[in-house]
Design a protein around this ligand. Sequence first.
Ligand code: MLT
Length: 262
Amino acid sequence: MQRKQFQWRDYTISYLEEGSGDSIVFVHAFPFNALMWESQIKELSDSYHVIVPDIPSFGSSYPTPEILTMELAANFVNALLENLKVKKASICGLSMGGYISLAFTELFPEKLDKLILADTHAAEDPPEKKSQRQKFINQIQEKGTEELFQQFIKSTLGPNTRKNNTDLVLYARNILEMAKPESIISALRGMAKRPARFQILKKINRPVCVIVGEDDIITPLSDAEDIVNATPNSILKVIPRSGHLSNIENPSFFNSVIRDFI
Ligand code: MLT
């Protein structure tokens, strides 16, 4: 995997790039970074130009914005495409990456080839989710990130992964530990501010693939169905033996869905 970086406004954007052909951008979940897409980079770069940014200030991109809005993150993705002189790309976003991909679709519709929304949803945060995010912010400020990480491992990885794949649990935990407290707070603030994007889905005139892990309890099947019902040209794929992180829990199934769709 080749790591590269470029300067956009005050930001240094770090990204991984591999392969050639049609371009696909993979946008990571909260509070992970580009490394969560390692299997996609390894397997799909034989046929595609795979581009994977670290959304600031996760991974090696910096500095930390006060609030990482989904629109700001979508602008990072657009700046990266411009930097690489890519006129049109497919975008695949998982969870927070999905929120960012939807913001990208709204802001730069002419740049979108195909859209893949994995383990995500299109609604805004209900009031109880907003207050839960504020609780996390307080908890991080008072006690650090450990509790959040433990909770995150329990809720993001499916029961099959937690029981049978300790290597993968460790792998996810290692990526989580790279997240700085200030980056997590900035993204929590940004996600709480995002609007619902069902109207955008109704207007998308490009093909959309919605993916969900069969055991995802954060954004369950009903969230994926809501997206499919709102999106004219869409398909739904359920990833077996997988929770919220379907791309790392069952990478071969996830990657075959991407190949068939693209
Ligand atoms: C994610 O996996 O990106 C988060 O669970 C998204 C969220 O907190 O809404």
